[in-house]
Design a protein around this ligand. Sequence first.
Ligand SMILES: Cc1ncc(COP(=O)(O)O)c(C=O)c1O
Length: 383
Amino acid sequence: MEKIYFDNNATTPLDPAVRAAMLPYLNECFGNPSSGHHFGEEAFAGITEARGQVAALFNCPAKRIIFTSGGTEANNTAIWSAIAAFPEKKHIISSTVEHASVLAPLEFLQQRFGYRIDLLPVRRDGALDLQLLAETIGPDTALVSLMGANNESGVIWPLAEISELCRQKKVLFHCDAVQLIGKELIDLEILPVDYLAVAAHKFHGPKGIGALYVKRTAPFSPLIMGAGQEMAHRAGTENVAGIVGLGKASELAADYLKSGESAVMDLRNRLQERIMADIGEVIVNGAGQPRLPNTLNISFKNCASGAMVQELDEMGISVSAHSACHSGDLDPSHVLRAMAVPETHIHGTLRISLSRFSTDDEVDRLCEVLPAVLAKSRQGVAV
Ligand SMILES: Cc1ncc(COP(=O)(O)O)c(C=O)c1O
């Protein structure tokens, strides 16, 4: 059975060119980048090249990029840097739909250190109220932490306006851009973003590697302390092959985005239109807002998403109900709750996320089987 992978917001397959770039660093170029001999220098050169490739994707100086173990560590490091710089400021603003790697540290700060955390609500369509954001920023606000694009709904927030607002209000701005990267160009020479979190595995790079962009004027405190790796910003012997993979994935993403290629969005739109035409009473979450070109988050009336995901999986089609970190949960996600998806539909939500490797045939296959899958799911749901 041909397997179809439509869960690219959870993770993406490695691009073959990324794998090829990484392989030497898993084989002959195995040196410790801190070693002063040939092997070390070779590994160090790989890291240096990768830093340049990541920086080129964001149009920022290479020395502003710090490699981390992924998006989670990048987000935690940004939050830590802001609070360490301003211990007297005990207020942080974020949103109700952030990823757990932002919400969990904020909850910890609230519970353990008495921080006031304001989580901004979203509208029914997933949009953020910028007026409310402006009104919520106060003299004791240490940080505004808002995502670039939501991992479930795919809704994209206006990075330029948010970052400019924070700049005017003189408050640090951290953006969890993990889902946005590789799908939209981000120019950090123009955008006044203080911290930007990156995860390679969301754009055809390897897992367990990410980066944090830190603006020249933004405070920084290492989260992981030890020896002097990463310009003393992140201790621990580097994941050289991972870093090289992130660099290559960044280079490929930059080429792809600059080519203006829109095949993924066309495919997603075709999938959406066909589902809407074939199956009545669906809600496309985030419709009407700018969305990630690869993401379709759609709620079906009186269905059970768990059963649909399982049934599709048995047919060789991988989709998800919500984010991978919560895929064991049967309850609707905090994102769908925050977007107030109606009770009739919220339990029957699928996140279908494509990639540049997705094909027309795969979309056709999903459209063919979906009506029967829904019908079967409805049999098990009390209407
Ligand atoms: C929006 C968002 N932020 C952060 C992360 C965490 O990234 P990582 O898996 O690299 O730790 C994810 C991963 O699902 C994500 O979707």
